[in-house]
Design a protein around this ligand. Structure first.
Ligand code: PLP
Length: 404
């Protein structure tokens, strides 16, 4: 009951419907919601077809799989995503799931209700809302921010990287970080991540690191995993997803890394292994991602799969470049879109996020996502997604150029 009404996307839909009713001939292009548009890579389709045939044959049929996921996928993940970056992981540290949304949302269940969480502002709303639902926060204020949550503003002044909380802020137990960031498109260097890892070690806090967009990193100096930073295994859980990496938003497969070294502390200072807590939670409440989606996910790591998924990501990143270039040419302040599929633009002339949203809808028939919907520090920004079809992106940008 404390939760603020889900305002952002319903309100966007309402405004689109109302504009569409008055302008039935308008062809609205959405650069709003972050869903993918390209079909699955052929190697993934083939692997899933084979998995379906397995399920229909007496010899290869599979019922419940291991709750943590099939070894064929866990091994491929460890080898390709982690060993290739000099990170060793044990199979028991990888938990396959049906989405990073569920994992980032469910993880808070294994921590005490008295834990204090810190989030960035703007933020992916799942981190906040799941803590509100669990009863870990107080009421929301008029800005929509809840008491007992620490908000870390991310603005152009700090390059959209949250500053380490000052000691005056008090105790912090759980820190949510997301890089490459949704919605700002910001990325964190190794040095920035090291600062956070050291902070967490110092405070005995845990970092929940959402790397759902790691596949969009183009700069070779930017870490793909927080475990590239020394000591991170002692303090960080990492979330990954095949949703954007391989177009799995409708298939559903993701994974979470909970290192065995990671310890949490009880109120009386006793160390507890987080890996066994998450294992217990998953075994109790989750029966595994489907064999078919895991077979599809494993194909992401084959030679063909890698090549084909890369081509699709390149399509999205070419969209991002088109958006960035035009907006920059038009004189806008534009952020993100280089190592992330989101472009975070400053609204012109001090317009509010919603006023600029309306302007683009009415003058260009293009839909973005108002930055204020992700938190008060998002006011005065609009998020554009690079996941639309390339022709739509080009047309949207031409229309924006002509509407200004
Ligand atoms: N984390 C972030 C930051 C996201 O933006 C999204 C999806 O938009 C997710 C997690 C959810 O991913 P999944 O489709 O694996 O549930």
């Amino acid at each position: 009951m404390k939760l603020q009404a889900g305002y952002l996307f319903p309100e966007i839909s309402r405004r689109i419907r109302s504009f569409g009713a008055e302008n039935p001939d308008a062809k609205i292009i959405s650069l709003g919601i972050g869903d993918v548009t390209q079909p699955l890579a052929p190697a993934i389709v083939e692997a899933m077809k084979k998995a379906v045939v397995d399920m229909g044959s007496e010899a290869a049929f599979r019922g419940y799989g291991p709750e943590q996921g099939y070894d064929f996928l866990i091994n491929a993940i460890i080898e390709n995503d982690f060993n290739s970056r000099n990170i060793d992981l044990d199979r028991s540290e990888v938990f396959i799931s049906d989405g990073a949304k569920c994992d980032t949302g469910n993880i808070q269940e294994i921590f005490g209700l008295n834990n204090v969480i810190a989030v960035t502002d703007p933020v992916y709303p799942v981190y906040v809302d799941t803590n509100v639902m669990a009863g870990r926060t107080g009421q929301a204020n008029k800005n929509g921010q809840y008491s007992k949550i620490i908000y870390m503003p991310c603005t152009a002044e700090n390059n959209f990287i949250p500053e380490l909380p000052s000691p005056a802020v008090g105790r912090i137990d759980i820190i949510y970080l997301c890089f490459p960031n949704n919605p700002t498109g910001a990325v964190a260097t190794k040095e920035i991540l090291s600062r956070w890892v050291n902070f967490a070690r110092d405070k005995r806090a845990i970092i929940l690191f959402d790397a759902a967009y790691e596949a969009f990193i183009t700069d070779p100096k930017i870490p793909h995993s927080i475990y590239e930073v020394e000591g991170a295994k002692e303090v960080a859980i990492e979330f990954r997803s095949f949703s954007k990496t391989a177009g799995f938003t409708g298939i559903r497969c993701a994974f979470t890394i909970v290192p065995k070294q990671l310890q949490a502390y009880t109120e009386d200072g006793r160390a507890v292994k987080v890996n066994s807590l998450w294992h217990r939670r998953q075994c109790t409440k989750f029966n595994g991602a489907s064999y078919i989606s895991q077979a599809g996910a494993a194909a992401v790591y084959t030679t063909e799969g890698k090549k084909q998924c890369r081509q699709i990501i390149d399509i999205y990143m070419a969209n991002a470049a088109v958006i960035r270039e035009l907006l920059t040419r038009l004189g806008y302040d534009v952020y993100g879109g280089v190592n992330a599929p989101y472009i975070w633009m400053k609204t012109p002339d001090g317009l509010s996020s919603w006023d600029f949203f309306d302007h683009l809808l009415q003058k260009a028939n293009v839909v973005g996502t108002p930055g204020s919907g992700f938190g008060p520090s998002g006011e005065g920004y609009l998020r554009l997604s690079a996941f639309a079809k390339p022709d739509d992106v080009k047309e949207a940008m031409q229309r924006i150029a002509h509407s200004i």
